[in-house]
Design a protein around this ligand. Structure first.
Ligand SMILES: [Fe+2]
Ligand SMILES: [Fe+2]
Length: 475
């Protein structure tokens, strides 16, 4: 598989040999660039940013680090190498050769899966466009831009599939990707969580931890697809996605570390005193966790879903780490335990495993989130603090699925709507919390090596560079 890095659109899909496709993508490129200039990171057009660019698909050495002006970033189309003799790993076509063209009968559902995934990529860039103005350090600013640039590349990845495999409809869908905008009342992004703004850096870290992690699980299940170009595209996107979640995991860890330092210095756990010292108290962090976890859980859809079952049976979207699961990968006679809200109670019951593939993905996601929470709790323990973070109950604050009609506390008690309105401010970030967090972030900290009062420096710099490296040159 040859990589053409010098082409107008860098790629490893032999664009040079496909005039029609190349022209179609080249005609989409100006729309993408004008979208980036309008809705990409505010005021960043002339900055030189120390960015990683994908230049290969090999596990080692796929990335190159250098200073780039973001509008000149080499957004490319890269698919992981094909696996020799790969067969469809699940569903009714299990064991058949993977498809390199879209099977006619699956055209509509495949397009829908690709559009839904693709739509989230530019959405997050739009959600985050003002954050650079209040970055807690040059290191964080660079990381924000890195994520934004790569979400842009993920959009390219999905637009490539639409253009290459879906003809006229695909081209129309690619146009629509730039016409819907996050939070636009007339043309919103497809999924709810991608229409919420990311108003501050704590929300941003939470977003990269919880919401980019939803992306990891969606991409992982699409990476199992019998439609091989989709599987290979997603496999390569996952290598980039790892860094986005790293920003969330370590970002929140750095906030906790800083809070612990302040608690030690002041010998107090009193939230007011911690806030007065310019750090974020632990209870506020927990409320942000509760919020971001619950809205990200909604992204997995209904607990029982015939759509998801159909995608699975058709071989379009698998389970997380499908090949490591020890079963028949068809699930016709299998059951899966699902927690549902029925007769005003939270009940676990055996359900048809095919209908429950969304729920299984959500369970895998929850376990992955828990590992992050455990890591944060180790910081608290090391600092001899009694406080511990936890994930709220899966039914807490949900808008989609069985719990959307219920009022559930963070520890899984069913309560009345009246109780909910009295108590939810203990569990979700209040207006005061958000105003306080925002008050810490009124301007960007841009001297190399300096960090805002509310966040500790990271353990190390990017690509072996020192922490006081000039990651962004403003000119
Ligand atoms: Fe992405
Ligand atoms: Fe991401």
């Amino acid at each position: 598989m040859s990589i053409d890095l010098n082409a107008r659109i860098p790629n490893n899909v032999d664009l040079a040999d496909d005039r029609r496709l190349r022209r179609a993508l080249e005609s989409w490129q100006p729309s993408f660039l004008s979208w980036w200039k309008d809705l990409g990171p505010e005021g960043s057009i002339d900055y030189d940013v120390y960015l990683r660019t994908a230049i290969s698909v090999e596990a080692d050495g796929w990335a190159n680090f250098d200073f780039v002006k973001m509008p000149e970033y080499r957004w490319g189309i890269f698919l992981a190498p094909p696996e020799e003799g790969r067969t469809i790993p699940f569903g009714e076509h299990k064991g058949e050769r993977v498809w390199n063209e879209v099977p006619g009968e699956y055209r509509a559902p495949l397009r829908r899966l690709i559009v839904t995934q693709g739509d989230t990529e530019p959405a997050s860039v739009e959600q985050q466009r003002l954050l650079g103005l209040t970055a807690p350090s040059m290191y964080d600013l660079r990381n924000l831009f890195q994520v934004n640039i790569e979400e842009g590349r993920h959009l390219w990845a999905m637009v490539y599939l639409l253009h290459a495999y879906f003809g006229r409809d695909g081209r129309d869908e690619a146009e629509s990707m730039l016409e819907r905008h996050s939070g636009d009342p007339d043309k919103p992004r497809i999924l709810g969580a991608f229409n919420e703004e990311t108003p501050d850096w704590l929300s941003y870290y939470m977003f990269t931890f919880f919401t980019d992690r939803d992306g990891k699980f969606q991409l992982s299940s699409l990476a199992e697809s019998g439609f091989d170009p989709l599987a290979r595209t997603c496999r390569f996107m996952l290598t980039e996605e790892g860094h986005h979640m790293f920003i969330g995991t370590t970002g929140i860890a750095r906030v906790i570390t800083r809070t612990c330092e302040v608690m030690k210095e002041l010998k107090t756990e009193d939230p007011e005193k911690i806030r007065a010292a310019g750090a974020i108290d632990l209870a506020t962090l927990q409320r942000y966790i509760n919020f971001h976890f619950s809205v990200s859980l909604d992204l997995f859809g209904n607990e029982l879903s015939t759509n998801a079952a159909n995608y699975y049976t058709a071989g379009l979207k698998g389970r997380y780490e499908e090949s490591k699961i020890d079963d028949d990968h068809q699930l016709n006679n299998d059951i899966y335990k699902v927690i549902l809200f029925e007769d005003e109670k939270i009940k676990q019951s055996d359900q048809n495993a095919l209908l429950a593939v969304n729920e299984r993905l959500r369970d895998d996601y929850i376990a992955d989130c828990q590992a992050g929470v455990d890591r944060w709790n180790k910081i608290l323990k090391r600092n001899k603090t009694d406080y511990r973070f936890s994930l709220p109950h899966r039914g807490f604050n949900r808008s989609i699925g069985t719990f959307s009609d219920a009022k559930i506390t963070t520890d899984g008690q069913v309560i009345s709507g009246v109780d909910w309105s009295k108590r939810s401010r203990d569990w979700l970030p209040t207006r005061e919390d958000r105003e306080f967090v925002r008050s810490l972030m009124t301007k960007a900290v841009i001297e190399p090596g300096k960090f805002a009062s509310w966040v500790a420096p990271p353990g190390r710099g990017i690509n072996g560079q020192p922490l006081d490296f000039e990651y962004v040159r403003f000119h």
